[in-house]
Design a protein around this ligand. Structure first.
Ligand SMILES: Cc1cc2nc3c(=O)[nH]c(=O)nc-3n(C[C@H](O)[C@H](O)[C@H](O)COP(=O)(O)OP(=O)(O)OC[C@H]3O[C@@H](n4cnc5c(N)ncnc54)[C@H](O)[C@@H]3O)c2cc1C
Ligand SMILES: Cc1cc2nc3c(=O)[nH]c(=O)nc-3n(C[C@H](O)[C@H](O)[C@H](O)COP(=O)(O)O)c2cc1C
Length: 571
């Protein structure tokens, strides 16, 4: 039906597009066709929807609270769609929002994600606290909330739910139901926005009555992969264990450098067996957990969190077995030993109050262009001491023990902010420890596509001889000039500790030249203290070498952040 050159261009576009982009194109084309049929034009957006009649409400606010850019992306695209429909839109990030304006707001639509253990993103904290702590009358406000989250977490879309409930409590009128979205949010977000546009077209904003309950999320794309390689990158004698894990996947995995994968670790078989023996439960009895059916053994292995239970779960346990238990975090096995259940029946009740295992995220260290059919991650085995006993982090311990050829399920967690710039731009990557992971992806990708921009890497760890992660690859990239510059900081190779920020100071003059020339700066790895120290050092360099006052240097730095030239992925 298409001429050959058009078909070729179409096929190229389809094969190079992510699933989200395909969904968008699908909606866009559907909208375009229906527009031609006189139904209404489709605008640009997450998924373009056939629009209802021209809006009667012509002024709205769209506020977003984001950590990794998804909510910002959705909010920005919806703002553009609404503007195309003739609506005057005020689009604001919640960290820039003047909370004193809230009482004056009329049509207000919020897009907000959930972070941590059911918390609002850092950028929305001020707003979240304000609406929960101040008794403001919001009787003018007509609102709806789009909540971004991940169904794998125990407290799915909690921040969005809280904001939705609290605005209603303060007197605001909910004009379209709360929409909760899983990580593949495009379709649900578009449905929510279609509701919002319907409200704006209906008689100056009647409530959408077609769906009164909270709309159910559609889910996410899960992949099953096979472990190809699981290799400790640290040499003998190192105090650390950092594994390079390669996962082979038959399905094409849609990701970009800067994205992570989400994984659910499995509980240890011996712990599950002990719990089953202790409670007298039948391992093969089928139970329902979070609306899915599993045998007790399966649920305890793959679904239910039995480690370091939050206090809220311990409270629920106490109420099932009707005993007083002090507020504490404890493993299920210890709880069962100290406060045993009456019988297997009571244990099944306990299982109903347990929470799912929360996913852990790992930055993808492979590149879609350079490592097709594979996804790589770089995992530090987390080690900590409790009461003098050495313990290991649940997921990192699980991953570092995975055998080659074993299977693993995962999904892609998109980071819409931590993305490579145009091929001709320079990048400065600061990633000590596992912070190297996304930069291995960045560099391999830029190498594979022949990007002309320069690449500068700052890497650091404890000791050169044992902890220089990906040493051979980095050396090769230097030899082939893919890496223009590399600076290394090994903290324990000399008496005084040397970190990446010290290496940055040594290179301050050249760093300033790159920054002033438009380079993009990326930081990945430990949030504290690394990312704070690096940020302070950058500010110091800008001030010292640009000849700016501290005030001007801060303004310059803020502008870099606004332009997306200073990007963090820290944890
Ligand atoms: C966007 C993002 C990207 C990331 N990328 C990477 C990456 O590339 N590589 C990487 O290695 N990590 C990465 N992480 C971190 C990773 O997701 C995990 O947080 C990390 O591996 C620790 O998880 P765990 O299950 O091993 O440890 P957990 O079991 O979750 O333990 C974490 C901490 O909780 C405390 N704790 C746990 N159990 C107990 C207990 N019984 N008693 C007392 N305290 C306890 C300890 O302080 C411990 O260190 C990333 C995180 C994010 C958010
Ligand atoms: C560290 C971390 C913790 C998270 N915690 C939750 C959670 O408790 N509940 C939830 O529904 N989603 C949780 N999420 C998922 C995010 O809300 C989801 O990925 C969302 O698309 C992020 O949107 P944003 O880019 O706008 O921040 C978490 C994500 C991360 C990275």
């Amino acid at each position: 039906m298409l001429a050959e050159h058009k078909l070729k261009a179409f096929q190229e576009l389809v094969t190079q597009s992510s699933r989200e982009e395909l969904i968008w194109m699908n909606g866009f084309l559907a909208g375009l066709v229906s527009a031609e049929n006189g139904v209404g034009a489709a605008g640009a957006g997450v998924t373009a929807v056939a629009q209802p009649a021209a809006p009667k409400v012509n002024k709205i606010s769209i506020l977003f609270g984001t950590e990794t850019g998804n909510s910002k992306k959705v909010a920005t695209e919806f703002a553009a769609q609404a503007k195309k429909q003739g609506v005057n839109v005020k689009l604001t990030s919640l960290d820039q929002y003047r909370v004193n304006d809230l009482a004056k707001e009329e049509y207000t639509f919020l897009v907000i994600s959930t972070q941590g253990d059911g918390e609002p993103p850092a950028t929305a904290k001020k707003f979240y606290d304000h609406i929960h702590q101040q008794n403001i009358a919001l009787d003018k406000m007509k609102f709806s909330v789009l909540a971004l989250g991940d169904t794998s977490y125990p407290l799915f879309c909690k921040a969005g739910e809280d904001v939705d409930t609290q605005l209603a409590k303060l007197g605001a009128k909910r004009v379209a139901p709360l929409q909760k979205c899983d990580t593949d949010y495009a379709t649900d977000a578009a449905a929510w926005f279609a509701n919002v546009m319907k409200v704006l077209s209906d008689q100056g904003g009647n409530t959408v009555t077609t769906s009164s309950a909270v709309a159910k999320p559609k889910g996410k794309k899960n992949y099953t992969g096979t472990i190809i390689t699981n290799l400790n990158l640290n040499d003998r004698g190192s105090g650390k264990q950092t594994h390079h894990i390669e996962i082979g996947v038959e399905d094409e995995v849609h990701y970009e450098p800067g994205d992570s994968i989400g994984l659910i670790p499995h509980n240890k078989k011996e712990t599950v067996d002990t719990i089953i023996a202790l409670t007298g439960a039948d391992a093969d009895t089928v139970i329902e957990f979070r609306k899915e059916r599993y045998t007790i053994a399966e649920a305890l292995t793959r679904k239910i969190n039995i480690i370091h239970l939050p206090e809220r779960v311990v409270k629920q346990y106490a109420s099932v077995i009707q005993q007083e238990i002090p507020d504490t975090r404890i493993d299920l096995l210890d709880l069962l030993r100290i406060y045993p259940v009456k019988d297997a029946g009571q244990f099944e009740q306990v299982l109903q109050v347990m929470e799912p295992i929360a996913p852990r995220l790992y930055s993808i260290s492979s590149s879609p262009e350079a490592h097709s059919g594979e996804v790589h991650i770089t995992v530090a085995r987390d080690k900590f001491i409790i009461n003098g006993e050495e313990k290991y982090g649940f997921c990192s311990d699980f991953l570092t023990h995975l055998d080659v050829d074993s299977n693993i399920d995962f999904y892609v967690h998109k980071n819409n902010q931590f993305k490579l710039p145009a091929a001709d731009k320079d990048v400065i990557m600061i990633g000590p420890g596992t912070g190297i992971a996304p930069f291995r992806s960045f560099i391999a990708q830029r190498d594979a596509v022949g990007a002309s921009g320069r690449n500068w890497l700052f890497f650091g760890d404890q000791k050169f001889t044992t902890d220089f992660l990906y040493q051979t690859e980095i050396q090769n990239w230097v030899d082939t000039s893919v890496l223009t510059r590399v600076n290394l900081a090994f903290s324990r190779d000399q008496k005084s500790k040397i970190y990446v920020q010290h290496k940055m100071l040594e290179q301050a003059d050249e760093l300033w030249q790159w920054i002033d020339n438009g380079a993009y700066i990326y930081i990945c790895g430990a949030k504290a203290p690394m990312s704070t120290d690096v940020e302070n050092t950058l500010l110091q360099i800008i001030e010292r070498y640009s000849g700016k006052s501290i005030g001007e240097a801060i303004a310059y730095f803020d502008k870099m952040k606004e332009e997306g030239r200073y990007l963090l992925d820290v944890y």
